[in-house]
Design a protein. Structure first.
Ligand SMILES: Cc1cc2nc3c(=O)[nH]c(=O)nc-3n(C[C@H](O)[C@H](O)[C@H](O)COP(=O)(O)OP(=O)(O)OC[C@H]3O[C@@H](n4cnc5c(N)ncnc54)[C@H](O)[C@@H]3O)c2cc1C
Length: 496
């Protein structure tokens, strides 16, 4: 039976894992070891709705305190400067895989021509608003589910560390230098200063170093380099002056990859994710600075590899966060994987009175592997469909990107268009994007399809009225700045 858990690493993954374990299984002794010499990665600032759901619904953390200390802003989705349209938006609210009253076809057939305002979130994004106004609460923001956060990595880490310590998690400063093996896997972590830290169970949250899973246990790494070709990012931001705080992340097509724009309250964070086989670091920095003249003249270069370890739970070690795997940040999915993996681990501990056996471990590995692979396939689809630029890098993406489980969907789409029947081709287990995500990419990029069902004038008018209603509602909504002001007013009360 597991009683003592040692977590190596206090980045956002280690801290979220520590809080999740301690909050849900308070009898566990949870210790976190970290090295301030090594520090945290310092990038990873966009989330999906899974993060607020994990923090406030699953963990029931205090919203007022979290907002005051971590200072997140809201993200309704991603604006893609991608494909032939000026832009299209992928929101966290369903856009294209539902049915509408009085419309006989799937929504994608109507959205083909004009993609704006196809859901309330997409209408809000179109109008630069974060939330509609509450119909009864004096125009206050209606902060419902379906939003994500932009949060500065260091502020998130500082906030989570305080919360973990208050829950009873112990923190030790020190650099891991090796391990002592035992019959169950690892018996103890050995620190460079000579300390020996024994535990029943180890959670490897050491980031890309993957000290326990990768280095000590030598679990093989399965690269995603046939699907995702980017492996570096230049990162640099600037203090906000007159720029409005946008309620979304921008993903902009670049010569050899794409660039994010993430919106903090006082800071704009930009980063260019690129393929080092297609462009040198110097040329990537030059392109980045040319397009972002406010960025610092020596932006930071971060290297990464997309892929995952074959198993993320081996013997008595489970890896969570970048130590388990990493899928490049196009959909800002890493914290979602951390939350999901931490919940699965807790569930397996709960179901077995903290004595999970080999069957649970195998199931965990299958779940974690599927989840990573499904994210990989969705990101690969982004690259495969983007026709914005016609240079060697983007031709290579269109021709050679492997789509894994989404290939049958693309082939069927080319014939059937955005039919809801395509749902049957979506790998269902551990798929965070459903049919909506791929449909938004296909429609957004204007991927050609054969089927052209007749749309009557009446149906076209109904569709346009629906969108116009949403856009009218959205324009009366609150900007991020207005909504931040509202939640900081003395009258504001968070709903639990
Ligand atoms: C370019 C880029 C952009 C990204 N964008 C996003 C995004 O938008 N959204 C998102 O969710 N994620 C993003 N990520 C991923 C993001 O980095 C992670 O989600 C998140 O920060 C978790 O990191 P981590 O805790 O796994 O690792 P880290 O932050 O690297 O933490 C590792 C911890 O382990 C400790 N450690 C390591 N080795 C030792 C040792 N030997 N001894 C003692 N301690 C040790 C370190 O001190 C540190 O505390 C991005 C990543 C990259 C590379």
């Amino acid at each position: 039976m597991i009683q003592n858990v040692l977590i190596l690493g206090a980045g956002s993954a280690g801290l979220l894992a520590a809080i999740t374990l301690k909050k849900k299984l308070p009898a566990l002794t949870v210790t976190v070891v970290r090295s301030s010499d090594i520090g945290v990665i310092g990038v990873g600032e966009g989330t999906t709705p899974a993060t607020p759901v994990h923090l406030f619904e699953y963990l029931q953390l205090d919203k007022a305190r979290f907002y005051a200390e971590a200072e997140p802003t809201w993200k309704l989705g991603i604006r893609l400067l991608w494909g032939p349209r000026t832009h299209f938006d992928y929101t966290f609210h369903q856009q294209l895989d539902g049915r509408y009253e009085n419309l006989s076809l799937a929504p994608g057939f109507y959205a083909d021509e004009d993609f704006r305002g196809v859901s309330i979130a997409s209408a809000l994004m179109e109008e630069g608003r974060a939330f509609p106004r509450h119909p009864r609460a004096g125009g206050a923001p209606l902060i419902n589910a379906g939003f994500a956060f932009h949060i500065e990595n260091l502020k998130l880490v500082a906030t989570l560390e305080k919360i973990a310590a208050e829950l009873g998690v112990t923190f030790l400063e020190g650099k891991a230098g090796g391990t002592e093996r035992g019959p169950q896997g690892i018996a103890a972590l050995l620190l460079e200063d000579g300390r020996r830290l024994a535990a029943d169970f180890f959670v490897d949250c050491s980031g890309f170093r993957s000290e326990l899973l990768g280095r000590a246990l030598e679990e093989p790494f399965a690269s995603y380099d046939r699907a995702l070709f980017c492996d570096r990012a230049v990162v640099g931001g600037w203090e906000r002056t007159t720029e409005p705080i946008l309620p979304y992340t921008i993903a902009e097509t670049m010569e050899a990859g794409w660039a994010w724009q993430i919106e903090h309250e006082h800071h704009i964070n930009r980063g260019y994710v690129y393929c080092s086989q297609a462009i040198s670091d110097e040329a990537a920095c030059e392109e980045f600075l040319r397009k972002n003249p406010k960025a610092p003249t020596s932006p930071r270069v971060v290297k990464f590899r997309s892929g995952r370890y074959q198993r993320t739970w081996v013997e008595n070690v489970v890896a969570i966060g970048n130590s388990a795997g990493f899928v490049e940040p196009l959909e800002a999915s890493a914290l979602m994987v951390v939350a999901d993996t931490s919940q699965t681990l807790v569930q397996m501990f709960e179901e077995t009175a903290c004595a999970p056996g080999a069957a649970k471990r195998d199931l965990f590995n299958q779940i974690a592997g599927n989840y990573f692979d499904n994210i990989r396939d969705f990101l690969a689809l982004h690259y495969k469909l983007n026709t914005r630029l016609d240079n060697a890098f983007w031709k290579h993406c269109r021709e050679d990107t492997e789509l894994g489980g989404l290939l049958p969907l693309l082939e069927a789409y080319r014939k059937m268009g955005p039919s809801l029947e395509l749902q049957k081709l979506i790998p269902s287990s551990g798929n965070p994007y459903g049919l909506d995500g791929p449909l938004v990419m296909l429609l957004g990029n204007r991927t050609p399809y054969e089927a052209r069902p007749h749309i009557t004038g009446a149906e076209r008018a109904t569709w346009n009225n629906l969108r116009a209603t949403l856009l009218t509602l959205a324009i009366k909504g609150l900007t991020v700045k207005d909504a931040l002001h509202a939640i900081r007013s003395p009258q504001w009360r968070w709903q639990s």
